[in-house]
Design a protein around this ligand. Structure first.
Ligand SMILES: *[C@@H]1O[C@H](CO)[C@@H](O)[C@H](O)[C@H]1NC(C)=O
Length: 489
């Protein structure tokens, strides 16, 4: 036994951080300092935590003749989860849901889950707005996990990001794994794409990993078909926070909010319409062609008119693009062949203010149905949030959503054909073109048969709770981590 104080070797000197490892806490500290400008009272404590030598994010192994006696030898191994935790994008919220579930449920989920958890921001820029809108609980968790001790040589590293950010990164980012593939015990790439295949460079990067986690059977199939080693590809579904997105816990936001887009004339924003509508469709997306906002507007404006007691609310995330969506939508409608009914345009409202994460459930709660005629999704986070909030959803039946969307819990939207992506990094890949006519029919149906829609909404929440709750997904993730630990030297 090495427990007796007299046999214990003298304490090893505080190991020096290698310069590039210093990057991690330094980057975090800088970003957190910027993010916390609005609440300076947190700052000194947090900076101390992030920069203090006793709380370095990553510490080199203490090897040598006394290797066994290193302070880490008796500790459980750790999982270093690296993701764009402060970006507010898709990977960001996905990573949060895993980390929060693991923290909350690891002990209960897998009694032999013998690892600790640490996080580092990686793979994308930070969004101060997102960070400040996070619930206090998440911020506290971030402070704790970003300062947790994690010895890289005994760590399972999860690189949860776009593979271009993996070591060596193709753009400026803290690399993942931080020092390449040799030092950590096991390296997992967690990623996903929205098209029918994976590009050769991404396949190469996936195959450098010990394992590649993807969220759906759709991805297992597209990754393997594209050349990723089938023995490395594992389906690990994503969780939705069914305790937070719980309709019983929230009151609806009072509508109307935002600006009415179709009454915009060429020179001014007009706010004439201020009455709430009887039925509210909600769509939540990032401003990209891929999200099918053009399909949505075409279907909605052709199917409904100013005479219908209905409104379409759009919550558009400006992530990586410019704003002024009202004018862009207005221009799109003017330049399209959509005909204005004699009763005028049906109401389209753009939510032109930032809705913090903490207020999202109230927005879903104010809606009667959720709609997203996307051309391809990795997972479809707003869709599962809406489903957890008991909303009936109308979503393209392709890619990520096929993992959870059924005729019983929602309204799968028919894909008319697959079309080639014509620009950007996925040029030449195929993605789905949803049917405008079917979307019109489904929106009309949900608007008319509210009883059926409500039933599907109830079933949607049931499925989210039974299959994708944080507790269930934490167990899946903890099992996979145990397997990784068991298979690493
Ligand atoms: C949705 O897609 C799945 C998988 O491609 C298919 O099996 C299913 O029949 C489709 N459902 C509908 C309603 O089209």
């Amino acid at each position: 036994m090495s427990g007796s104080p007299t046999q214990r070797p003298p304490p090893a000197p505080e190991p020096k951080l290698r310069p590039r490892l210093l990057l991690a806490p330094a980057l975090l500290a800088v970003s957190v300092a910027v993010l916390l400008a609005a609440s300076p009272s947190h700052l000194p404590r947090l900076l101390r935590l992030l920069l203090g030598p006793k709380h370095s994010l990553l510490r080199p192994a203490e090897r040598g003749p006394l290797g066994d006696a290193s302070p880490d030898a008796g500790r459980p191994p750790c999982v270093l989860w690296m993701a764009p935790f402060a970006s507010g994008g898709g990977y960001c919220s996905e990573a949060w849901s895993y980390v929060a579930s693991l923290e909350d449920h690891a002990a209960a989920a897998a009694t032999n889950a013998n690892f600790t958890l640490a996080i580092a921001h990686h793979g994308d820029l930070e969004s101060p707005e997102f960070w400040l809108g996070l619930p206090e609980q998440s911020k506290n968790l971030a402070y704790r996990l970003a300062t947790a001790r994690c010895e890289l040589s005994r760590a399972v590293v999860v690189c949860h990001s776009e593979p271009g950010a993996w070591y060596p990164p193709l753009y400026e980012s803290l690399p993942c794994p931080p020092t390449g593939y040799d030092e950590p015990a096991f390296v997992i790439g967690r990623t996903m794409f929205e098209t029918d295949r994976v590009s050769p460079e991404h396949v190469r990067r996936c195959n450098q990993m010990d394992a590649v986690w993807v969220p759906t059977d759709f991805h297992v199939s597209t990754f393997v078909k594209s050349g990723v080693d089938p023995s490395k590809v594992v389906k690990v579904v994503q969780a939705v926070d069914v305790a937070f997105f719980d309709p019983d816990k929230h009151s609806p936001l009072s509508l109307p909010i935002g600006v009415s887009v179709m009454v915009l004339d060429d020179s001014r924003l007009d706010l004439v319409s201020s009455e709430g509508k009887g039925f509210v469709f909600l769509s939540v997306f990032k401003w990209e062609q891929r999200k099918g906002w053009d399909v949505l507007l075409r279907a909605f404006l052709q199917e409904f008119s100013g005479a219908d007691d209905v409104a379409l609310y759009l919550l558009i995330n400006a992530y990586h693009s410019d704003t002024d969506f009202g004018r862009k939508i207005h221009r799109f409608v003017k330049e399209s062949s959509i005909e204005k009914s004699t009763d005028g345009w049906a109401e389209v409202r753009l939510i032109d203010e930032h809705v913090p994460q903490s207020a999202l459930p109230r927005l879903y709660k104010a809606a009667d149905a959720f709609v997203l005629p996307s051309r391809g999704e990795g997972w479809g986070r707003p869709v599962v949030e809406a489903m957890a909030m008991e909303l009936p959803v109308i979503v393209t039946n392709w890619s990520g959503p096929t993992e959870y969307l059924t005729e019983e819990n929602g309204y799968p939207l028919i894909v008319e054909r697959l079309t080639e992506v014509t620009e950007g990094p996925f040029k030449g890949h195929l993605c789905a073109e949803p049917s405008v006519d079917h979307l019109r029919a489904l929106m009309r149906h949900v608007f008319s048969d509210r009883e059926e829609a409500r039933k599907k909404g109830k079933k949607a929440r049931e499925d989210m709770v039974n299959k994708f709750s944080p507790a269930i997904v934490a167990r899946i993730v903890a099992d996979q981590i145990q397997q990784a630990l068991a298979s690493s030297p």
